[in-house]
Design a protein around this ligand. Structure first.
Ligand code: SF4
Length: 244
């Protein structure tokens, strides 16, 4: 099976299992932008725990642009790296006020000029807040697209370029969001649960396909394999360990 066929099959299979949603709570493009910046190096749950109070106090870019950094730091502290994140969301808000009339621009080339916004964040905002196709590549998407044999790259920009050639634009946002959900729930980093995966009959890294010899790729690019002594039992349960 070619990469394009695998990609299209994965799109359809994941569509049947997961909704195309972000787990970050938001009501406006501005809130989605801020929540996505805050989600770096932490869980969506910890972001969702702080944003209701943050957005109640600073509902838009104009309000957050003039916020006291110390007050913002105190509100977002549970998300980690709170000093840097407070500085970033205040600076991004100021840039929105100065250059975009306080509104989040719906264009990649504008979004990536904002402080703290790279292609990943921009694609999330485009896809989720504006319904404009965007394939966001985070750690889960990187791991899964490599395991599925859709790319060999570890560079998010190259992964985005390669995967978006395989599937039509209307599927970009949903595929990225569903890969993230699948990566959190089934194709987890250390021990992917291949026996319960809906992609296991065609995924090149599946441990449950007949005649399989090699294990899936770890996030660092090494192969994982079934332990030698307990291979069959481990295969049945999905327990695998990294090759050293
Ligand atoms: S079959 Fe295994 S390695 Fe492939 S996507 Fe599913 S869980 Fe991940």
């Amino acid at each position: 099976m070619r990469a394009k066929e695998r990609a299209l099959l994965a799109v359809e299979r994941l569509k049947a299992v997961y909704p195309a949603i972000s787990e970050l709570d938001h009501k406006t493009p501005f809130q989605m932008l801020v929540a996505t910046i805050l989600s770096a190096q932490t869980t969506d749950r910890s972001v969702n725990a702080v944003t209701p109070v943050l957005f109640a106090r600073y509902p838009d870019a104009a309000a957050l642009a003039h916020a006291d950094p110390r007050a913002v730091e105190a509100l977002i502290k549970p998300t980690g790296f709170f000093r840097t994140k407070a500085k970033t969301i205040i600076a991004a808000s100021a840039a929105l006020v100065e250059r975009f009339h306080g509104e989040v621009p719906p264009r990649m080339e504008d979004l990536v000029t904002l402080p703290g916004v790279g292609r990943k964040t921009a694609n999330v905002v485009l896809g989720v807040a504006f319904g404009i196709p965007g394939f966001a590549v985070d750690t889960h998407v990187t791991r899964l697209t490599r395991r599925l044999g859709l790319t060999r790259s570890t560079d998010p920009v190259k992964i985005e370029a390669e995967v978006t050639k395989l599937i039509p634009p209307p599927e970009w946002t949903g595929f990225s969001l569903r890969l993230i959900l699948h990566g959190r729930r089934v194709c987890v980093a250390r021990a992917p649960r291949c026996p319960e995966c809906v992609l296991n009959d065609f995924c090149p890294s599946s441990t449950v396909r007949p005649g399989r010899r090699r294990g899936p790729l770890t996030p660092t690019g090494t192969r994982v394999r079934l332990t030698h002594a307990r291979g069959r039992a481990a295969k049945r349960s999905g327990r695998i360990r990294a090759r050293r």
